[in-house]
Design a protein around this ligand. Structure first.
Ligand code: GAR
Length: 202
């Protein structure tokens, strides 16, 4: 893809993404809107999946991006769920798999299928506050600052290589919702930057 800006031609490598979510998908929506606005030339989301009937899938379906649901509760074990998830993912070809609020650990067979190609956003300054309740845990710990991180996914819980992270102050008046809202704004910006960096390296 070639864009002409300031009289100069810039080439952007095509980069295809699949995204997995669990909830409202507000970060997915922000990513898709950034692509719609032309902020990530060459980047395309080719599939969006969820581990439950997630509200956020609509952000993809209204843009005619294929969606799928592999309900975790529909399988007798994490391994069986992983097999079904992998089959759904294999229906699309993509360069990177983005975990945008997926609230499940990915099974080994999915990790093994996409080595160094799975990216996760996390609402804390990793390695601080890993896990599913990072914002609540930061508030409970009484810290004066937390953060947002983008990491490469490894087999442990939120312990893969850090690709980007930024500090965010905790205000005395913060509720979990208010703090998480400010964190998500930073997560979205960090993810766009990481995607641009990854695109350069393709
Ligand atoms: C985001 O803050 C994301 O980092 C977090 O879930 C939120 C999803 O929000 N992920 C994790 O906590 C994973 N450990 P959204 O559904 O509004 O995009």
């Amino acid at each position: 893809m070639t864009l002409v800006a300031d009289g100069e031609a810039h080439s952007f490598k095509p980069m295809k993404l699949a995204v997995l979510i669990s909830g409202t998908g507000s970060n997915l929506e922000a990513l898709l809107s950034a692509i719609d606005r032309g902020e990530l030339p060459g980047v395309e989301v080719v599939a969006v999946g969820a581990d439950r009937e997630a509200e956020g899938l609509q952000h993809a379906s209204i843009r005619d991006i294929p969606t799928f649901t592999v309900p975790f509760r529909g399988y007798s074990s994490r391994t069986h769920w992983g097999e079904a998830l992998l089959e759904a993912l294999r229906a699309s070809e993509f360069d990177y798999l983005i975990l945008s609020g997926l609230m499940r650990l990915l099974p080994k067979q999915v990790l093994d299928a996409y080595p160094n190609r799975i990216i996760n956003t996390h609402p804390a300054y990793l390695p601080e506050f890993p896990g599913a309740h990072a914002v609540r845990d930061a508030l409970a710990a009484g810290v004066t600052e937390t953060g947002a991180s983008v990491i490469e996914v490894a087999p442990g819980v939120d312990d893969g290589p850090i690709l980007a992270r930024e500090r965010i102050p905790v205000l005395a008046s913060d509720t979990e919702e208010a703090l998480h809202g400010r964190i998500k704004i930073v997560e979205r910006r960090l993810l766009l930057q990481v995607l641009k960096d990854l695109q350069e390296k393709l």
